[in-house]
Design a protein around this ligand. Structure first.
Ligand SMILES: Cc1cc2nc3c(=O)[nH]c(=O)nc-3n(C[C@H](O)[C@H](O)[C@H](O)COP(=O)(O)OP(=O)(O)OC[C@H]3O[C@@H](n4cnc5c(N)ncnc54)[C@H](O)[C@@H]3O)c2cc1C
Length: 490
């Protein structure tokens, strides 16, 4: 089948999935309030990839002679990575980077898993074969994946092996056909709209008591015994003009509960080997494999935020003031930095001789991942500071109509901006409704938390960067300048 369109994707969501929301099972995520809009957005992604206008950019001809999204392709050259950038950018720029979990994100993760088949298979070759078959299956069926990597945040101090067993999902036993998994994992973003889930790489384990948590596998979202517990949907199910982001991009987050779920053996690629499991993220170059998408998405997102900040300032002519220009200039600098990182990531990519696969430049990806949470928080702060009370002076469409009818059209002049932007297709009230949906609504708050945490806690990761960084050259420079004889001797 290879590439699916939106209709085929939506048809695949009508199954036995157990999506818990607001005290009940969601019968059909394609029609339920709070879910249907996001399902349509993901369907639009699949239509977008099939559109002849985009196909050349987003697709490649796979081994079967069919077309698949480029994110499924294991990169065998720098050019593959360049083309993958273009494929990611096509959708991300189209949507202002507002969908963190466009399906191409996890497609590339599965390519990364399969590219590391030598690692998974080092003591049990069949596990390496499973990893390759899983990618084949995902690509051929254009599977939409969620992922649950993280141990639920119950106790971060006590070693897992000393905690109540199976709070974190782990292996209960092997059966003739697979393994039984019990426990929980977080945080399955997009799960209600996905076909399958993948878990691997985490937690890092120590010793016999934690061996049950050393597991990598995929599983259908509707597998018997698998429950998805949603937070509240932040899609208010209101007019798209009033909530342009929440009514389109509510990708929702869930806690996965594995109530003794049987995972078929062919879906398992990491199984109870402490050394293989703990080395997996480094061996598969996890950051480089998944971070490429993140960087490209963040370029698009920042470009969109810059446009928003600029138009908000222009609407009241506050961009004539130096303090506002400085804030806008900071966003420009952030965008330029991210664009440079995106180029460096690909142009500085390197081949891993162990598997002949090309990976983005690790330094560039790491820098991009570490910088963005703080960039995002600063940009949101800039937009709030530039917009002032205008966010609160942007009534809903219905309210505007009602008051105009009661008072007369002259009332509209209280809601206009100084600059006439109608020629650019921009009206002030909808502009501020959009901006508030990005900086202030429930979904906006969630987006900020997302940027802070979704790729792990970047605060801790910075400490990690420091610990791992080879400091020899830096130390040598300092040592040289401390030498009273240096320079005079040379
Ligand atoms: C909106 C959103 C969507 C997400 N989507 C997904 C998803 O789709 N799939 C997925 O797998 N995960 C997802 N995540 C989870 C994400 O990967 C985690 O949030 C991240 O790894 C951090 O883990 P945590 O939230 O449990 O926080 P913790 O790691 O528990 O950290 C919480 C705080 O405690 C501190 N802390 C914790 N442990 C230590 C320690 N040992 N030493 C020092 N300080 C410590 C941290 O610095 C941090 O400030 C998502 C998260 C968010 C917020």
């Amino acid at each position: 089948m290879a590439m699916r369109d939106g209709a085929a994707y939506l048809a695949g969501l009508k199954d036995q999935r157990r999506i818990w929301h607001n005290g009940a099972l969601v019968k059909d995520v394609t029609t339920a309030p709070g879910f249907a809009n996001a399902a349509r957005t993901i369907a639009a992604y699949y239509d977008f990839q099939c559109d002849p206008a985009n196909r050349e950019i987003v697709a490649y001809e796979d081994e079967d002679g069919e077309r698949s999204h480029r994110s499924f392709k294991i990169p065998r050259s720098k050019d593959d990575l360049r083309k993958r950038t273009a494929a990611y950018a096509a959708w991300a720029e189209h949507t202002g980077g507002q969908l963190g979990r466009a399906p191409d994100y996890m497609n590339a993760a599965m390519a990364g898993v399969a590219a590391a088949s030598h690692h998974w298979g080092q003591s049990k070759p069949e596990l390496g074969e499973h990893a390759e078959h899983i990618l084949d299956h995902c690509r051929r069926n254009d599977v939409c994946l969620t992922h649950t990597f993280v141990t639920p945040q119950i106790d971060r101090k006590t070693p897992l092996g000393e905690q109540e067993p199976y709070l974190n999902a782990g292996v209960v036993k092997r059966t003739s056909d697979g393994v039984i998994v019990r426990g929980s994992r977080v945080l399955g973003t997009l799960a209600p709209f996905c076909d399958e889930n993948v878990s691997f790489g985490l937690p890092i384990i120590k010793g016999e008591a934690e061996l049950k948590y050393a597991l990598g596998f995929t599983i259908p979202v509707d597998a018997p015994g698998l429950h998805w517990v949603c937070r509240d949907s932040f899609d208010p199910d209101r007019s798209r003009r009033d909530y342009p982001v929440s009514s389109r991009f509510e990708e929702i987050d869930t806690v996965a509960v594995f109530d003794d779920v049987e995972v078929p053996w062919e879906n398992v690629f990491d199984f109870q080997d402490e050394q293989v499991h703990n080395a997996a993220l480094l061996a598969m170059q996890f950051q480089e494999s998944l971070g490429h998408h993140v960087i490209v998405k963040n370029v698009a997102k920042t470009r969109f935020l810059l446009g928003l900040a600029h138009l908000i300032a222009e609407s009241a002519q506050t961009n004539s003031f130096i303090n506002v220009q400085i804030r806008l200039g900071e966003i420009v600098t952030m965008l330029q930095t991210l664009e440079s990182i995106a180029v460096a990531a690909v142009e500085g990519s390197v081949e891993n001789p162990a598997n002949g696969v090309w990976y983005c430049n690790a330094n560039a990806i790491t820098a991009g991942l570490r910088l963005y949470p703080e960039y995002y928080v600063q940009i949101i702060d800039h937009i709030k500071q530039i917009g002032g009370s205008n966010f609160m002076a942007a009534p809903s469409e219905a309210n505007m109509e009602a008051v105009t009818e009661a008072v007369g059209p002259s009332v509209e002049r209280y809601f206009k901006g100084a600059a006439d932007m109608t020629e650019e297709g921009i009206e002030k009230v909808p502009l501020f409704r959009l901006a508030w949906d990005v900086v202030g609504t429930s979904l906006a708050g969630r987006q900020e938390l997302y940027e802070r945490f979704f790729f792990g806690d970047q605060q801790l990761s910075k400490a990690n960067s420091y610990q791992r960084f080879d400091k020899a050259e830096a130390v040598e420079m300092v040592r040289r300048l401390l030498d009273p004889e240096w320079l005079s001797k040379s």
